[in-house]
Design a protein around this ligand. Structure first.
Ligand code: HSE
Length: 323
């Protein structure tokens, strides 16, 4: 059986969830694909951290080159987060003929063209399903199953942390600070949760969706973005009294010959399906000119849902490599 060797950059929450997804489903993946996937080397500083997976100490390295330049690594998974050094590492991996998978929406949104062009120039695959919507296969849907459509609108809840905070404030009686702490403890929040609560994480994801759905590059910093830090308990109670909820909504739609886009807290009437999307769940409405309206729903954050999407990309690449 062909072994595909994987190098992992970063073993924080998502790295651990990815490793665990492979560990718990390895036999099933082998039986289904005929491939032996192995995460053989891991770049990680924090060796003391307690992880609920079996990793031999010799799998860890402190040197990125041990993965990026290793002739025995086929696929690199980048889960460091942040724009640099993550982008530089991905480009080096591609230049060294390695396929790359990432969950890093900040790096993909900031360097979309550079990453895709470098992958193309080096004839390697680059996949980033986990960067938008966590476990929801929205990028695969937009670029494969729905590719026959012209997209008219994308509207969604794209951040688990803020949706968790808004849900807990509305239903769980938690304060903003308590809800944020709980989201961090469960591994939903970014290392610096400012990116979540200020809406920048959603702007990164919307920028990626616009590239794939509308073929237009809209840098995330040019998307009009409002976060949830200004939302008070009173705003939430007012929304409830008016028969709805406040949700952090990302919107991109065709208007005239152009596209309009924004990220911000929005009143959603209880009758609307997006009002029922709670806690770390995400949902994305897509309107295509042939298929009509679709809604994708699932866990948008967290180690295992995100690990599921990362490993899906890895397996897709491994299959192609094996062919
Ligand atoms: N911090 C992000 C969120 C992680 O809460 O949705 C998933 O992209």
């Amino acid at each position: 059986m062909k072994q595909i060797r994987i190098g992992l950059l970063g073993m924080g929450n998502i790295g651990t969830g990815t490793y665990k997804t492979l560990e718990m489903n390895k036999a099933h993946i082998m039986a289904g694909t005929g491939l032996d996937l192995a995460i053989t080397r891991i770049l990680e500083k924090d060796l003391a951290r307690k992880r609920d997976v079996t990793v031999a100490p010799e799998q860890f390295t402190q040197e990125a080159a041990d993965i990026l330049e290793a002739p025995d690594i086929d696929i690199v998974i980048e889960l460091l987060g942040g724009i640099e050094p993550a982008t530089g590492f991905m480009l080096t991996a591609m230049q060294n003929g390695k396929h790359v998978v990432t969950a890093n929406k900040a790096a993909v949104a900031a360097n979309y063209d550079k990453l895709l062009n470098t992958a193309r120039a080096n004839r390697v695959m680059f996949r980033f399903e986990a960067s938008v919507g966590g476990g929801i296969p929205i990028l695969n849907a937009l670029t494969a199953a729905l590719i026959a459509n012209e997209y008219e609108e994308i509207r969604g809840i794209l951040n688990g942390t803020t949706n968790y905070i808004l849900t807990q404030m509305a239903e769980g009686g938690l304060s903003y600070e308590q809800a944020l702490k709980s989201a961090q403890a469960q591994g939903f929040a970014e290392a610096d949760p400012t990116a979540d609560v200020e809406g920048h994480d959603v702007a990164n994801k919307l920028s990626i969706l616009i590239s794939l759905a509308f073929g237009k590059r809209v840098p995330p910093e040019t998307i009009p973005t409002v976060g949830i830090t200004g939302i008070t308990m009173r705003d939430i109670e007012n929304a409830s009294a008016q028969g709805g909820k406040l949700k952090l909504i990302a919107l991109a739609r065709k208007k005239g010959g152009d596209i309009e886009y924004s990220v911000g807290p929005t009143f959603v009437a209880n009758a609307h399906p997006l009002a029922g999307v709670n806690n770390e769940f995400n949902a994305i409405f897509v309107k295509g000119n042939a298929v009509g309206e679709l809604m994708f729903y699932g866990k948008g954050a967290g180690p295992l849902p995100t690990g599921s999407a990362v490993m899906g990309d890895v397996i897709e690449i491994a299959r192609a490599v094996a062919r």
